[in-house]
Design a protein around this ligand. Structure first.
Ligand code: FMN
Length: 329
């Protein structure tokens, strides 16, 4: 029998998961030996995320955080995804089983939960060694997704695709207003992207204009070393992709995103999840067929690189308290 307190603490750890615009679109029900994860439809971005893809990905990331938190407490679990065909918001039930072994790989990622942050600043000119990218691929695969590496030619096309997708999104009535709502929260808010997480010229030196209206920038870019230009940013752009594109694939893509982000953090890399090129069907199709040329369905772009020298520590982004996200048991 697991103590209620242990499950509650593990859920609290899971609340640190990344989520689109920091909407934290989840609800939890904590029962003896069991935690249910539900999507919170009130927090879904209906113009930015018409397919609920980002919502499910965000919940998938929280689901993986929960598994890491329970594994770190020595608990083996059984995870049932989409257990109730009558309730599309019931995304998973995680049951602690006394005779199940804890997942040691998930446990090894647990300490990174509190040090992972989305870093939108310029990254170092030092490239990330291929072996490290391949280790991220293994983590993604374990969670049921492929992590597609991109070479410089593809990367340039990917940046173009990100910019074009952003332009298309701005043409959507209500998009700019929805973005503003989640990037201009009042001080002391428990959600949304704070200005202290947004640097001027986000995503560093690249030509992408994708995040230029993400909020009032209040995060300094790292100093440029002598002889370097802002374009010397060696961050890699990786794409998480799944064999299909149903809700189960999206949930697993979210779990894989969490595994990749936590492993990258564990080895000292900075990370930025980027969903803009995936939110509109036409942009997603363009990315899949013209840019990447893959049969799998792209779900999320993840930018990874070494933090640039002199990068200050990133502030914590806010989170809703447990009492706001727990359903009656
Ligand atoms: C599915 C998903 C999509 C996201 N899309 C973007 C994005 O397009 N641009 C961006 O700057 N951050 C994006 N993020 C990062 C969130 O804004 C970030 O997780 C949230 O603000 C909480 O901050 P933290 O990651 O530092 O904890 C995304 C995160 C998730 C999980």
């Amino acid at each position: 029998m697991t103590s209620d307190c242990e499950l509650t603490k593990a859920v609290e750890d899971a609340l640190n998961a990344p989520s689109v615009r920091n909407t934290q679109p989840w609800k939890w029900r904590i029962r003896p030996d069991e935690v249910e994860l539900h999507a919170d439809e009130d927090r879904y971005l209906d113009i930015t995320d018409p397919d609920r893809r980002d919502l499910v990905l965000s919940c998938g990331a929280a689901l993986h955080h929960l598994q890491a938190a329970l594994a770190a407490r020595g608990r083996g679990v059984r995870v049932r995804r989409l257990p109730d065909p009558e309730n599309r918001n019931h995304l998973a039930t995680v049951t602690v089983e006394d005779d199940a072994q804890p997942d040691l790989i998930a446990a090894s990622l647990y300490p990174a939960i509190t040090s992972r942050h989305t870093d939108r600043r310029r990254m170092s000119h030092r490239p990330v060694p291929r072996e490290l990218l391949q280790s991220l691929q293994k983590h993604a695969r374990r969670a049921g997704a492929e992590l597609v590496l991109t070479d410089p030619g593809v990367r340039e096309k990917l940046m173009m695709a990100l910019s074009e997708a952003t332009e298309l999104q701005y043409q959507e009535p209500g998009y700019a207003a929805e973005l503003r709502i989640w990037t201009h929260r009042l001080p002391g808010s428990h959600d949304g992207v704070p200005a202290t997480s947004v640097p001027p010229r986000p995503i560093g030196a690249t030509k992408a204009t994708g995040l230029s209206h993400f909020g009032r920038p209040a995060l300094a870019q790292p100093p440029l070393p002598p002889g370097r230009s802002p374009d010397d940013d060696a961050a890699d752009f990786l794409v998480l992709a799944t064999p299909g594109d149903d809700v189960l694939d999206q949930l697993k893509a979210g779990e894989a995103a969490s595994a990749v982000l936590l492993e990258a953090t564990r080895i000292g890399l900075a990370t930025t999840p980027l969903s803009q090129a995936l939110e509109i069907a036409a942009s997603r199709h363009h990315l899949q067929t013209d840019v990447l040329g893959i049969p799998e369905h792209p779900q999320l772009v993840i930018r990874v690189g070494w933090p640039a020298a002199g990068s200050a520590d990133l502030p914590m982004t806010p989170r809703r308290p447990l009492r706001s996200v727990v359903l009656p048991s």
